[in-house]
Ligand binder design. Structure first.
Ligand code: NOJ
Length: 561
């Protein structure tokens, strides 16, 4: 039951990507749970309400932990369950909430369930946990259907019997090392109820659910050829100027592996598991689904609480498109009584301080590297990112921040090929750079080795030599720094309760302007180049210095209404 006032409706939630946040164990240049515990006060100072942790579970790390080998333990590279408990205790002592990642679509191929399945006969109960199928062609030499993996290459891998002869194929929508579970199997559903309870009993406040649109596949696994420009985690069309799909277009064709109607019964089930617990626990869907009206089905009152608004993330920095996506979002989510969950960056997309200044098409997940066309101008990207964040944080609803965006970090474009680790890079033979550029360990101290990421000076992906100005200690207390802009925005957001407010469009501005009132705050964002005259009013926040009564291009201002 909802009372309309729950914390997650307006919360600002900070995504920690554990391997790149802080190396507290000081062993290997890889972040860990001890590092998180130590650095939590910085997040309180920033003013966020909660943290979401990407996976820290036992894993061979073929996809940076999204290949889970044990859902109920911590990988030794991140620490132990005791370290988890200590971290969680500290999170709560500091008045924050804690959301952990849940990866139900697939396991690691090293998970005991899959190893047992491989060792068992075709047609066995163990095999029924996953999507094993006979091949096609005369001798089963061809995959069961034509589906491609999100990371490139086919979505099927053939098994080999112990005697060396080829066997059945198994489905993996992602890497070969990430076999898809069969969610038609009640046994699988039972396991995940237990996993939810394991972490709920430990006291987590909720789960971000990985690939929440993918668990159920269409009966018969029919062939499917995606439209040429598809390419994101969900097959949404992602380019520089994506079409924003109108809410009325609910019957847009759905690939047979995404957004199948029956996936919702799983979330209704999980909703009731969460209801066994007090304290407003939450499920947040990572579902790349369009239009927004369809995505809103994930957050109907008896399903999840939040769903990342990726349509918003993918919208170019152009006022008409921004106004449209905001309208469609509020319409869609309001119709089911849910908040919109705004987001601009995460560990799968080009950081918005770079993305918003790209000048060539860049499908989500492809990343940018030395040979990419349309590389961004850094100053312009940061300027737009600050303006875009100031706009996002004034909108009603919840918002997610990705570690490092509060420092204005750009995407790292010139990573050496040999340091890249994203399976996308390997599965496409370097044709797609993948997501490593947004995952580089973040800088804490300008003067310290590895910018204070850890005591050894090591860092699992190399940090750029020119990151000193981005370090937290270089920005702390410096008026106008990106860090201080975020802090101020979050403080004003809380003070005016903007997350629980509304957005009333203000007429009379040009095409390049997004202008609305949220309670006591007037928000004006100028996505164009020409200056805009400001109404009289006390300036609460400006993403760049203002002229006298003038809003420059690529700038957002908050005024007291
Ligand atoms: C979405 C996650 O955010 C991404 O990092 C991962 O590679 C895929 N799901 C597969 O788990």
């Amino acid at each position: 039951m909802t009372n309309g006032n729950e914390w997650w409706r307006s919360a600002v939630i900070y995504q920690i990507y554990p391997r790149s946040f802080s190396d507290g164990m000081g062993d290997d240049g890889l972040g860990d749970l001890a590092g998180i515990t130590e650095r939590l006060p910085a997040l309180v100072e920033l003013g966020v309400d909660a943290v979401w942790l990407s996976p820290f579970y036992t894993s061979p790390q073929k996809d940076a932990g999204y290949d889970v080998a044990d859902y109920c333990d911590v990988d030794p590279i991140f620490g132990t369950l005791a370290d988890f408990d200590a971290m969680e205790k500290r999170v709560h002592e500091l008045g924050l909430r804690l959301i952990v990642d849940l990866v139900p679509n697939h396991t690691s191929d090293q998970h005991r369930w899959f190893q047992e399945a491989l060792a068992s006969a075709e047609g066995s109960q163990e095999r029924a946990r996953y999507m094993f199928r006979d091949g096609t062609g005369d001798t089963g030499e061809l995959p069961p259907n034509n589906w491609d993996s999100v990371f490139g290459g086919p979505a099927w891998t053939r098994t080999i019997h112990p005697d060396g002869t080829p066997g059945q194929w198994y489905l993996h929508l992602f890497d070969t090392s990430q076999p898809d579970l069969d969610w038609e199997n009640p046994w699988v559903r039972e396991q995940f109820r237990d996993i939810l309870r394991f972490w709920l009993d430990r006291g987590v406040d909720g789960f971000r659910v990985d690939v929440a649109h993918g668990l159920i596949k269409a009966a018969g696994l029919p062939d499917y050829t995606p439209p040429a420009s598809g390419g994101s985690m969900g097959g949404g069309i992602v380019g520089l100027e994506p079409e924003i799909v109108a809410n009325a277009e609910l019957d847009t064709p759905t690939p047979p592996y995404w957004a199948q109607e029956r996936v919702h019964e799983i979330y209704r089930d999980w909703h009731s598991v969460l209801e066994e617990y007090d304290g407003e626990r939450v499920l947040c869907a990572e579902a790349w689904v369009e239009p927004l009206a369809k995505l809103a089905r994930w957050v109907r009152p008896d399903e999840m609480q939040q769903a990342f608004n990726f349509s918003y993330l993918e919208t170019p920095w152009e006022a008409p498109a921004m106004r449209k996506v905001i309208d469609l979002s509020l319409e869609a989510f309001t119709s089911v009584g849910a908040p919109s969950t705004w987001v601009l960056s995460n560990h799968d997309v080009v950081r918005h301080a770079s993305r918003l200044a790209l000048t060539a098409e860049n499908p989500q997940g492809h990343g940018i590297g030395p040979k990419s066309p349309g590389k961004p101008v850094r100053e312009l990207g940061l300027r737009r990112a600050r303006a875009a964040t100031a706009l996002m944080l004034a909108l009603p609803g919840s918002a997610y921040l990705y570690q490092g965006e509060e420092l204005g970090l750009p995407e790292v474009i010139d990573l050496p090929d040999e340091s890249r680790q994203d399976p996308t890079w390997f599965r496409t033979n370097g044709e797609r750079y993948g997501r490593d550029g947004c995952r580089v360990p973040i800088p804490w101290e300008a003067e310290a080795p590895s910018y204070g990421f850890g005591p050894t000076g090591k860092s699992w992906l190399p940090q750029p030599a020119d990151w000193e100005p981005y370090a937290r200690d270089a920005q702390r207390g410096v008026a106008g720094s990106t860090l201080e802009m975020y802090r101020l925005a979050l403080a004003i957001r809380t003070q005016h309760d903007l997350g629980m407010g509304g957005a009333e469009w203000l007429p009379g501005y040009g095409d390049d302007v997004v202008a609305f009132r949220n309670g006591g705050v007037t928000v004006i964002a100028n996505t164009g180049e020409a200056v805009v005259e400001l109404p009289i009013g006390q300036v609460l926040l400006a993403s760049e210095p203002l002229g006298d009564g003038i809003l420059p291009g690529d700038t957002t201002v908050w005024l007291r209404s």
